[in-house]
Design a protein around this ligand. Structure first.
Ligand code: SF4
Ligand code: SF4
Length: 364
């Protein structure tokens, strides 16, 4: 999802509030996903489309067919920055608070009906008007809550420099951030006096038991809403701002004391995936991925779609022919020698690595 500033470290990809307390690991270098060029979105149809219309995203929504769950402190941050650039985001989140739909002490969450639709219609992602994000400024094609974006929006890219390895890294970062959101919003709720039994019961929309209010996008009953908010009912904005102030005051040692072993495990997993990006390893033998789906273009080139990589790769006709030489028996060096002898073409390891990372070739 869209970004505007040059980013070089992992922390640059996240909202500023995390800068003062996330672990030192987040100062590691991180490259932009240079193929996810939001200003000229590669997922939207070009002037002369090669692929069937359904293969492309809707240019007026792009990938923002998603309803984010904004943690309580993120909502507070949006409300505080309610002038200049932040004014529209503050106005939109304030309107949601007034409507009381998905408005909880944990944060401003997607309505159950929308969440159900999102989960049941993966193919509609990037395409359905009815799923467009309420925080997308469609005239400007801009996110109005970017400064406090949630985990999915901070980590989702349509294309990855390093294919499946990049995708695995960003997915793990998303899971890590969800853990951080949940921990910090739970901590702030407790600090601000939300009833412990109510916190334990959870606030997320229950999509297996929707009632008429959920289906009709109506707020919860007054008694339910009051029970959820306790003495903060009617002062929700003040609550969110107080949650933001608490999180803004964290430093690394206080954060580490709050997050515990689940955070350590999530960070270990993130570091492992980051190490794979920094030092990728090419298997000695490769084979064409049997699960690839291919769309043949009029010039004989192909667009391959790999579930593992989660994106498409375009290969020229002469390169497509090379793929079948990788049979899982010959080593890569033997295949390279064979290609050189037959065609005079020298295949480099960086090219093989790209084919492997995009799961066009896989380990046998
Ligand atoms: S689909 Fe990709 S390039 Fe297009 S707006 Fe989303 S992240 Fe950016
Ligand atoms: S919150 Fe922003 S980035 Fe996320 S889906 Fe909405 S408009 Fe897009």
């Amino acid at each position: 999802m869209p970004a505007s500033m040059p980013r070089t470290q992992l922390i640059d990809f996240l909202p500023d509030i995390y800068r003062s307390f996330l672990p030192g690991f987040f100062e590691q270098p991180m490259a932009e996903e240079r193929h996810a060029t939001c200003a000229s979105c590669p997922m939207c149809p070009p002037a002369e489309p090669d692929l069937p219309p359904d293969a492309y995203f809707n240019p007026s929504t792009k990938c923002c067919t998603f309803f984010p769950a904004l943690a309580n402190y993120s909502v507070g941050g949006l409300l505080i920055a309610d002038t200049g650039e932040g004014a529209e985001g503050a106005r939109r989140v304030r309107a949601r608070i007034a409507a009381r739909i998905g408005v909880t002490p944990a944060g401003v969450l997607p309505p159950a009906r929308v969440l159900l639709l999102q989960r049941a219609s993966r193919q509609a992602f990037g395409r359905a008007e009815s799923l467009v994000c309420p925080y997308l400024d469609r005239e400007r094609g801009a996110c109005t809550v970017w400064a406090h974006r949630e985990a999915e929006c901070a980590t989702w890219f349509c294309k990855h420099n390093q294919g499946a390895d990049g995708r695995a890294f960003w997915k793990q970062l998303r899971d890590y951030l969800v853990l951080v959101h949940v921990t910090l919003s739970t901590w702030t709720m407790r600090e601000l006096g939300i009833d412990a039994e109510r916190i334990a019961a959870g606030f997320g929309p229950r999509i297996d038991s929707l009632d008429a209010r959920d289906l009709d996008d109506r707020p919860p009953r007054d008694d339910e809403y009051l029970a959820m908010w306790g003495h903060w009912a009617g002062r929700e904005e003040a609550f969110y701002r107080a949650a933001f102030d608490l999180v803004r005051g964290l430093d690394r040692s206080r954060f580490e004391a709050l997050v515990g072993i689940d955070h350590t495990i999530a960070l270990d997993r993130l570091q492992r995936r980051h190490a794979t990006l920094r030092s990728p390893r090419l298997p000695d033998r490769l084979v064409r991925n049997p699960a690839l789906r291919a769309h043949v273009l009029p010039d004989g080139s192909r667009v391959f779609a790999s579930e593992d990589a989660g994106e498409t790769t375009h290969l020229r006709r002469e390169l497509v022919r090379l793929l079948d030489l990788f049979d899982g028996q010959l080593t890569n060096d033997e295949v390279k020698a064979k290609v050189l002898a037959q065609t005079g073409v020298r295949v480099g390891d960086s090219f093989l690595l790209a084919l492997y990372q995009h799961r066009i070739l896989i380990a046998p």
